[in-house]
Write a protein that binds this ligand. Structure first.
Ligand code: NAD
Ligand code: UFG
Length: 341
């Protein structure tokens, strides 16, 4: 029996393959390579010393998905596939709803038709919108999203909840990620954004490696200790391990279960300036920055209360901010052009 990993060639998916392999799980990767290349899979093969089954395809292509479910015995799905650029989603809402929401509906239809009813879904802290307080607990209000990307995640969460009500054999875990950063310790796989990075960590590392002149710090007047935005950065390998724990949890359930919603964060908030300083220390490079206007849609503070993940999944993040910066730098400095080396 295998786990289908949609979006498995991407940043979080590729790291998760390694942790799944360590835990003894078999898997198949299904990805349309719209935001990745199969080079990431080749590098994972080297790390795990094993070949990976890869089926190229789109989650919206029902025939292609059906063929994969007919070809392999698929017991569960970890569903990473989706578009994730917040700014782009504002300009291209239909593309985001089609890819993320319609794609997930197609996937769930094919799963149901093949009696595969276990799924772990990649959601995001973005579903909390601008929280009234921090740290954020899973029972905080959701849905106050400010862009189509975030709304697509919220819609999918609601769809998954309804799917489980309609068919209570479905076993669903919804993981709300905070801010994934870092890379595998080998430095051979990591985050490889197309064009100019939207996210902080790849922008910092590209500045340190000389590809960008300076970092624009979006806002210096937030209600935080140093005025810059605070986030809960989590090492991607810790995050990957959270998926192994989620699959273990689902497999251990002998009774029907309501969808389980879990925050994956560290519980620590770091500011943009904290991150710049930590990165400079880890890399030995200077990261030039300028404080500019706030970025529309950004919030001051976002960090998790991760205690439920520990209680229910037995999972907690244990890699430090120093480790996150060191591993990001190791990946960036060894692969200045990402997978295009
Ligand atoms: P990524 O872009 O590196 O990986 C996503 C993968 O999905 C890519 O390989 C892409 O080619 C594939 N894909 C996209 N649309 C597809 C489709 N229609 N059919 C098949 N494959 C498709 O992104 P990531 O950072 O690894 O994120 C993985 C998941 O986690 C996404 O759903 C994302 O929204 C979610 N998430 C990411 C973050 C983050 O900051 N990285 C935060 C919260 C949630
Ligand atoms: N920032 C800068 N300069 C940059 C990029 C970011 O100052 O060039 C700041 C932002 O203003 C924010 C912090 O760095 O304060 C983090 O920004 P990111 O863009 O890296 O991350 P966000 O918290 O905005 O969003 C990320 C993902 C979303 C996800 C969200 C919550 O991009 O997909 O975390 O999980 F929904």
């Amino acid at each position: 029996m295998k786990i289908l990993i949609t979006g498995g060639a991407g940043y979080i998916g590729s790291h998760t393959l390694i942790e799944l392999n360590k835990a003894g799980y078999d898997f198949i990767v299904y990805d349309n390579l719209s935001n990745s290349t199969d080079e990431s899979l080749k590098r994972v093969e080297k790390i795990i010393n094993k070949s990976i089954i890869f089926e190229k395809g789109d989650i919206r292509d029902k025939d292609a998905l059906q063929a994969v479910f007919k070809k392999y015995e698929i017991e569960s799905v970890i569903h990473f596939a989706g578009l994730k650029a917040v700014g782009e989603s504002v300009a291209k809402p239909l593309e985001y709803y089609d890819n993320n929401v319609v794609g997930t509906i197609r996937l769930l239809e094919v799963m149901k038709e093949n009696n595969c009813k276990k799924i772990v879904f990649s959601s995001s802290a973005t579903v909390y919108g601008d929280p009234a307080t921090t740290p954020i607990k899973e029972n905080f209000p959701v849905g106050g999203t400010t862009n189509p990307y975030g709304t697509s995640k919220y819609m999918i969460e609601r769809i998954l909840e309804d799917v489980q009500i309609g068919d209570n054999e479905f076993k669903i875990v919804i993981l709300r990620y905070f801010n994934p950063v870092g890379a595998h310790e080998s430095g051979t796989i990591g985050e490889d954004p197309n064009g100019i990075p939207n996210n902080l960590m790849p922008f910092i590392s590209q500045t340190a490696v000389g590809k960008r002149e300076f970092l624009s710090v979006f806002g210096g007047d937030y209600d935080t200790a140093d005025g810059t935005g605070v986030r809960d950065y989590i090492h991607v390998v810790d995050l990957a391990d959270g998926h192994v724990k989620a699959i273990n949890y689902i497999n251990a359930q002998t009774q029907n279960m309501e969808p389980l919603i879990v925050n994956l964060g560290t519980g620590n908030g770091y500011s943009v300036i904290d991150m710049v300083k930590a990165f400079e220390k880890a890399s030995g490079k200077k990261v030039a920055y300028k404080i500019v206007d706030r970025r529309p849609g950004d919030i001051a503070k976002c960090f998790a209360d991760p205690s439920f993940a520990k209680e229910v999944l037995g999972w907690e993040a244990n890699r430090t901010i120093e480790q996150m910066c060191k591993d990001s730098w190791n990946w960036q400095s060894n692969n200045p052009n990402g997978y295009k080396n």
